[in-house]
Design a protein around this ligand. Structure first.
Ligand code: NAD
Length: 354
C-alpha cells in the first residue's frame, strides 16, 4: 500500500429526520444561550422555525445571507450580532448562508452550528470564499470549520427537484476530484465512492419523486461524505474551472459544476485510469465507462448542460481559458490552453462529454 497522511476534520455530526429538535441539546453542549440565526431571505421561515425550537431564546435572526459572501453583508451581520449580544451563530441554509456563518465565526471566534439544507458540502470544510470589491478570494483555516453540523432530512424536502439535481452533482464533483487528489488517502477514497454511489442512486429518484424521504435521506448522507472529501484533500481542474467561470461570469454555482464535470473528467481521463475505474463502479449504468455513466445520470436528472443557457457569452470563452490556465491548481494532467479552451467551448455549447 502507498504511504499517506490523513487529517480528520474534528466536526460533530448529528444526522437523521427531525434532528432539528436536538438543537437545544447542542446549544447546551456548547454552553451558549444567545445564538444569532442566519438565513437567506428565501429561507426566513426555516430561521423562524429554529427560533421556535429554541423557544425564542435567540439573539436575533439575520436573513440577508447571499451568494459569494460579500464582506459588506458580513459587516452588517457582525454589527447586528454585537448589538444583540450574540454568543454563537447558527446558519440554516445552503453554501451561501453557511459562508456567512463561517465569515462571522472566524472574525469573532463565536462557535458555529450549521444546519445545511442543500448538498453543496460547505459545512464540512475549513474553506471560506468571500467577495470584496467584486473579487472573490478563498482562504483555508482549521478555525473556519463549523464545530457542529445538524443534518435534518426534513429540511431538504423543500429543495426544488432541479436544484436538488445540480446541488447533488456539485457534491459528486467533490468526490470525483478526491479520487485523484495528490494527497488522497484510503479513507477519503472510501467516502468518495460511497458518497457518489449514494447520490447517483438517490438523485434520479428525487427528480421523479421530490417527496421521497428515503431518497432525500440517502442524498443528504452522500452529500455529507462528499463534503468531507472537499474539506480533506486538494481539488483540481474541475474546481478551478468552476471557480473561474462562476466568479468571473457570475454563473450559478451548482449548475456550473453540473455542466463542467463530465468534461473535466474527460480531460483528466488519460492520466487517472484507477480513479476512472472506481468512478465507473460507483455509477449505475456506466457499463465500466465513467463518462458514459455520468452522461446517463445527467440525462436522467434532466439538467441543462450548456453554459450559454445561463447567460455566458461566446466571447467569454477565451477570457475564461486565460483565467483557467493562470495560477492552476495541481492537476493530474498538465494544463494546456488549447485543450482547455476547447473544453470550455464544449461546456458553453452543452455538448455531452466523450
Ligand atoms: P445557496 O446557498 O446559494 O442556495 C441557493 C438558494 O436555494 C437560496 O435562495 C437558498 O435560500 C435556497 N435554498 C437552500 N436550501 C433550500 C431548501 N431546502 N428549500 C428551499 N430553498 C432552499 O446554494 P448552494 O449551492 O448551497 O451554495 C452555493 C454557495 O456556497 C457558493 O457561493 C459556493 O461558492 C459556496 N460553497 C462553498 C463551499 C466551501 O467549502 N467554502 C462549498 C460549497 C459551496
Amino acid at each position: 500500500m502507498d504511504s499517506f497522511e490523513y487529517n480528520p476534520n474534528p466536526g460533530r455530526v448529528v444526522f437523521g429526520s427531525g434532528t432539528l429538535q436536538k438543537l437545544p441539546e447542542e446549544i447546551a453542549r456548547l454552553q451558549v444561550n444567545s445564538p444569532l440565526v442566519l438565513s437567506t431571505p428565501q429561507q426566513i421561515s426555516q430561521a423562524e422555525n429554529v427560533k421556535d425550537v429554541l423557544q425564542g431564546q435567540v439573539a436575533g435572526i439575520f436573513s440577508e445571507a447571499t451568494m459569494h459572501t460579500p464582506t459588506h453583508i458580513t459587516d452588517k451581520a457582525l454589527e447586528y450580532a454585537k448589538a444583540q449580544g450574540a454568543d454563537s451563530v447558527i446558519s440554516i441554509g445552503g453554501g451561501s448562508t453557511i459562508g456567512l456563518g463561517k465569515a462571522i465565526s472566524i472574525r469573532t471566534g463565536l462557535p458555529h452550528i450549521c444546519i445545511p439544507t442543500t448538498y453543496a458540502g460547505s459545512e464540512m470544510t475549513p474553506i471560506l470564499g468571500e467577495t470584496a470589491n467584486g473579487l472573490k478570494q478563498t482562504r483555508s483555516d482549521p478555525k473556519i470549520l463549523p464545530g457542529t453540523v445538524i443534518y435534518d432530512v426534513d429540511l431538504t424536502m423543500t429543495l426544488p427537484a432541479a436544484m436538488s439535481a445540480t446541488s447533488g452533482v456539485n457534491a459528486i464533483a467533490h468526490a470525483v476530484e478526491a479520487l485523484y487528489a495528490r494527497n488522497t488517502n484510503p479513507i477519503i477514497t472510501m467516502m468518495a465512492i460511497e458518497g457518489t454511489r449514494a447520490l447517483a442512486s438517490a438523485l434520479p429518484e428525487i427528480v421523479e419523486n421530490p417527496s421521497s424521504q428515503s431518497a432525500r435521506s440517502k442524498a443528504l448522507y452522500g452529500a455529507w461524505l462528499c463534503g468531507t472529501c472537499l474539506g480533506s484533500v486538494g481539488m483540481s481542474i474541475h474546481h478551478k474551472l468552476c471557480h473561474t467561470l462562476g466568479g468571473s461570469f457570475n454563473l450559478p454555482h451548482a449548475e456550473t459544476h453540473t455542466a463542467v464535470l463530465p468534461h473535466a473528467i474527460s480531460y483528466n481521463a488519460p492520466n487517472i485510469p484507477e480513479a476512472m475505474k472506481k468512478l465507473a463502479d460507483a455509477l449505475p449504468d456506466s457499463n465500466g465507462d465513467a463518462i458514459h455513466g455520468l452522461n446517463v445520470l445527467l440525462t436522467k436528472l434532466k439538467v441543462k448542460r450548456g453554459l450559454k443557457d445561463f447567460g455566458m457569452k461566446e466571447e467569454d470563452i477565451d477570457k475564461a481559458a486565460d483565467i483557467a490556465v493562470s495560477n492552476p491548481y495541481w492537476n493530474p494532467r498538465a494544463i494546456e490552453r488549447a485543450p482547455i479552451r476547447e473544453l470550455i467551448r464544449r461546456v458553453w455549447v452543452g455538448e455531452p462529454a466523450n
